[in-house]
Design a protein around this ligand. Structure first.
Ligand code: PGA
Length: 247
């Protein structure tokens, strides 16, 4: 039985006081939930405060990015070891990192290895663009992203795979439950072939791309969708709590 998983990706949003207000409203809303892993990915500037504000609760933290080196002259970056002081998870390979910041599968692979070595769990994002979908290349793209991103990763115990079709992110145009389920099933088959059936059955595969309290129910009802990664909706405590309550 795969435990359900919901991670809210705040992206580049919220000041200190906005985040504080969020937690004081959100924490009581989810305090009785113990069958879903609840994660929030704030910007780096809020990690320390969020760590204190979520201490003793069922809310865990993720970083939205990290550098693969342990330390050094990398202005503006943070390492996996720094992230691990506050977070249990790292989002790696998000399409905004791939497209706005030119992150390649090779770089993403280095980041995944670094995060795992530091003891972080990884929310590894894959997904196709609209053009790739139109050209019927979805499966090809996703299997390349998976095989390169997970190159030399032996064990998937600390990996959560996020299917995030680029055309659905921040567009208000979510994948239909059937479209998402088809790709999730494909990802599970791919993992089964590359690793084993046992690993693939244990792997949590979550969906991201315009998830809202309104569409979460139907998406999360699909057999291979084990959770979600909402962006915009996760900025509102009531919306995020409703999504979590949709299982
Ligand atoms: P969105 O973002 O929910 O705002 O579409 C999802 C994501 O980027 O993870």
């Amino acid at each position: 039985m795969r435990k359900k998983f919901v991670a809210g990706n705040w992206k580049m949003n919220k000041t200190f006081y906005e985040a504080k207000a969020f937690v004081s409203f959100f924490r009581p809303l989810v305090k009785k939930i113990n069958d879903v892993d609840i994660v929030i990915a704030p910007p780096f500037t809020l990690m320390n405060m969020m760590y204190e504000a979520c201490r003793g609760s069922n809310i865990k933290l993720a970083v939205q990015n990290l550098h693969f080196e342990k330390q050094g002259a990398y202005t503006g970056e943070i390492s996996s070891l720094m992230a691990k002081e506050f977070a249990d998870y790292a989002i790696i390979g998000h399409s905004e990192r791939r497209h706005y910041f030119g992150e390649t599968d090779k770089l993403i692979n280095k980041k995944i290895i670094s995060a795992l070595d530091a003891g972080l769990s990884v929310i590894f994002c894959v997904g196709e663009t609209q053009d790739q979908r139109d050209a019927k290349n979805t499966k090809k793209i996703i299997s390349e992203q998976i095989s390169e991103g997970l190159d030399s990763v032996k064990n998937l115990k600390n990996i959560i795979l996020a299917y995030e079709p680029v055309w659905a992110i921040g567009t208000g145009k979510s994948a239909t439950p059937e479209q998402a389920e088809e790709v999730h099933l494909f990802i599970r088959d791919t993992i089964s072939k590359a690793y084993s059936e046992t690993e693939s059955k244990k792997l949590r595969i979550i969906y991201g791309g315009s998830v809202t309290p309104e569409n979460a129910c139907t998406l999360l009802r699909m057999p291979n969708i084990d959770g979600c990664l909402p962006g915009g909706a996760s900025l509102y405590p009531d919306k995020l709590a409703k999504i979590i309550a949709s299982f």
